[in-house]
Design a protein around this ligand. Structure first.
Ligand code: MN
Length: 205
């Protein structure tokens, strides 16, 4: 079973919109594999919070195991790329942050990680300069480029592998650009990335 690593505050404008400082090392949390929701499915609206927000993110998949991977060889450990959404119960996360408590109830619930179909990373001309976006009911909400990451993909792979031995199938949600906003029951959520594709999920009524 793969693990889902997630990176927080990896785009400066998003860190600022939530009032967070620019981190000096990657902010890491995890979601269980049970959080993943494949494209075309319905995402349950959680009942333990009310402000469900989208965070569109580029997601990469680990192909080769590695520990203490060096940055120059890090991209060679990845084989696939897609776009996903780090769904967040923002009201609950804010309450947990204020009390210095872990985020899992706000970030790692079932259905909290809609994920598109993977494309070979070799198909993407430059993963370090990839445009991606999300829309709600057809209206663009977030647009970003991986070139704006504070910690680029090779740095993320190297950092994670300094803590965990990376395994084939591990996923990395690489952080969201500015523009996170609320979802309502019945919304149509769309995430897309250049050369990778466009994917849809229905938020349950
Ligand atoms: Mn996120």
């Amino acid at each position: 079973m793969s693990r889902v690593f997630c990176i927080g505050r990896n785009y400066a404008e998003h860190a600022s919109e939530l009032g967070n400082a620019i981190p000096d090392r990657p902010v890491v949390f995890m979601k269980p594999a049970s959080a993943l929701v494949e494209a075309g499915s319905t995402v349950p609206f959680p009942t333990h919070g009310s402000d469900l927000q989208h965070e569109v993110e580029i997601v990469v998949r680990v192909a080769r195991a590695g520990r203490n991977i060096a940055t120059p060889s890090a991209m060679g450990h990845l084989d696939a790329i897609t776009v996903g959404v780090d769904l967040t119960l923002r009201d609950l996360q804010s309450a947990l942050k204020a009390r210095g408590l872990p985020w899992e109830p706000a970030k790692a619930f079932e259905g909290s990680a809609p994920i598109g179909k993977f494309a070979s990373i070799d198909q993407v001309p430059d993963p370090g300069s990839l445009q991606f976006s999300c829309a709600v009911n057809g209206e663009i909400r977030q647009q970003g480029s991986t070139e704006d990451m504070i910690f680029p993909m090779p740095v993320l792979v190297a950092h994670l592998s300094s803590i965990w031995t990376l395994r084939p199938g591990d996923l990395i949600f690489t952080g969201t650009p500015a523009g996170v906003a609320s979802l309502r029951p019945g919304d149509l959520l769309t995430a897309s990335a250049d050369t990778v594709g466009e994917f849809h999920w229905h938020i349950a009524k």
